[in-house]
Design a protein around this ligand. Structure first.
Ligand SMILES: Cc1cc2nc3c(=O)[nH]c(=O)nc-3n(C[C@H](O)[C@H](O)[C@H](O)COP(=O)(O)OP(=O)(O)OC[C@H]3O[C@@H](n4cnc5c(N)ncnc54)[C@H](O)[C@@H]3O)c2cc1C
Length: 455
């Protein structure tokens, strides 16, 4: 059966079927006009009546304690490599594993890909290029930059060696395009909540969604949640850290500001930095150092930061010449920098960086955000838990000492560890072994074939 949706079907679904179909001239202004006020033409329909969800077993209240009874979960899917989290590390991991021959499934808690990069509006790709200028992030991370550049979705100046700045919407679009091109199975709006275990090894993950609590079985799981949700649930050891939690925003009409009208002492010090959208800047808010795993703290941060940003813009707009400045958006995702960090077989350390340590199990090279540091190698062991099998970490939660956290979490370095985790998982699946026993020379060979830079 051909279940491809044609352009005509799609326009009909959007409720704009009367538009110039077939002429190639899609008129968005008419499409938008149709969307003003939902008057007529829309219908809801019944999917099922009186339906009881299968395997319900409600938690019960016994003597003041809430007890969760045992319950059989539906196996929703089976896959070779399950990537939990579709941020910068997770998406690159999924693409790398697929290109290395594995069947891949991604589950992501939100409705878009990119994690902090897009949902957190972190638009500057620091460390992609290091002093020289030399580009250390290659492979799939660099492919993403090239494709964004072609789409006019990034500011990239390779000659000056400045790091790219991207447009979050372009990234979200490109991630969908790449996932579809690779034929990767994806489930959005799925929150990974537990690890499925057998004999000390992870066999998949349980996730919650509007469809209920379900299981996905996998030969290898990549924890790309940023917070180590899955390796922690599996019982892997980790360090629980606090870091500054902020909220990024974008401000518009920068090109309509008339600075000459403002009294010199009233001019705002910083209005963020440029984005690929004319007149729009991105503004980073550092925020206080708090615990990103504490839900009460996260709630407080969301509410306080939003109030602060709104009031700050209002104050700035009251300055003569700045009246037209406006808040385009606050990031939908809070800026949680670091929470859980894996205790790995090896750990990325500052003295490795300073001594330019070479690792026999190198799987990538990290870049730094400052001019003083060049490149540093990342050992495979930093992705592998000390004890638990069949799970790899990728992105900002890999094994790294405190002083390296701010380098490890940079987006290009998350691309690099995601790339390595994806290839390593595919090698483990192919060789029917745990990732801890995977042949590192094979991982390195495939990474090089996929144009990764290993130093
Ligand atoms: C305010 C701020 C400013 C920053 N500035 C810069 C900068 O200028 N340049 C730079 O390079 N880096 C910067 N960083 C760091 C960088 O943005 C992040 O470290 C990087 O994006 C992390 O990528 P990741 O894929 O490891 O994690 P994330 O981006 O956090 O991705 C994790 C993904 O997993 C999903 N997820 C989480 N838990 C679950 C779950 N249980 N189940 C399913 N899905 C889940 C999330 O929704 C998300 O999509 C900044 C970070 C912050 C917060």
């Amino acid at each position: 059966m051909n279940d491809r949706i044609t352009r005509r079907d799609y326009l009909r679904m959007l409720g704009i079927s009367g538009l110039a179909i077939g002429t190639g001239s899609f008129d968005p202004s008419r499409a938008l006009a149709r969307g003003v006020g939902e008057s007529g033409g829309f219908q809801s329909s019944v999917i099922a009546r009186d339906k009881v969800q299968p395997n319900r077993a409600n938690p019960v209240l016994i003597d003041g304690e809430v007890i969760q009874p045992q319950r059989k979960l539906q196996v929703f899917a089976e896959t070779d490599v399950l990537v939990v989290g579709g941020g910068s590390a997770g998406i690159v991991a999924a693409i790398a594993a697929k290109r290395a021959g594995a069947k891949v499934t991604v589950v992501e808690r939100y409705g878009h890909f990119g994690g902090l990069w897009t949902g957190g509006l972190v638009l500057v790709i620091l460390g992609h290029i290091v002093k020289g200028p030399k580009q250390v992030c290659q492979g799939i991370g660099e492919e993403i930059m090239r494709r964004l550049d072609k789409m006019d979705g990034a500011i990239i100046n390779r000659r000056t060696g400045s790091n790219p700045t991207v447009d979050a919407e372009a990234v979200k679009y490109l991630m969908v395009e790449m996932i579809e091109q690779e034929n990767i199975d994806v489930f959005l709006h799925c929150w990974g909540v537990d690890a499925i275990m057998q004999d000390g090894a992870v066999k998949g993950a349980v996730f919650e969604s509007k469809s209920g609590r379900q299981a996905i079985l996998a030969k290898v799981v990549i924890d790309a949640t940023g917070d180590g949700d899955i390796f922690a649930a599996a019982g892997a050891e980790f360090e629980h850290r606090s870091h500054n939690i902020g909220l990024v925003s974008r401000v518009g009409n920068l090109d309509k500001i008339d600075k000459s009208k403002a009294p010199p002492d009233a001019k705002p010090k910083h209005l963020g930095s440029a984005t690929p959208v004319k007149g729009v800047n991105w503004v980073n808010l550092r925020g206080p150092m708090v615990d990103g795993l504490d839900v009460a703290t996260l709630t407080r941060m969301e509410m306080n930061h939003r109030k602060f940003i709104w009031n700050n813009i209002r104050k700035t707009r009251s300055i003569p010449g700045y009246e037209r400045l406006y808040l385009v958006e606050t990031a939908p995702q809070l800026g949680v920098r670091i929470t859980r960090v894996l205790d790995g077989l090896n750990t990325v350390r500052l003295d490795h960086l300073k001594n330019a340590t070479k690792f026999p199990d190198v799987i990538g090279v990290g870049g730094a955000s400052n001019a003083e540091h060049g490149e540093w190698q990342i050992p495979y062991g930093a992705l592998v838990p000390e004890k638990i099998d069949n799970v790899l970490a990728a992105g900002r939660c890999i094994s790294a000492e405190l002083r390296m956290a701010d380098l490890v979490r940079l987006i290009p370095n998350c691309f690099v560890t995601g790339h390595a985790a994806g290839v390593a998982a595919a090698v483990a699946v192919r060789d029917r072994c745990s990732p801890r026993d995977a042949d590192v020379s094979k991982i390195q060979k495939i990474l090089r074939q996929q144009e990764a830079y290993l130093g």
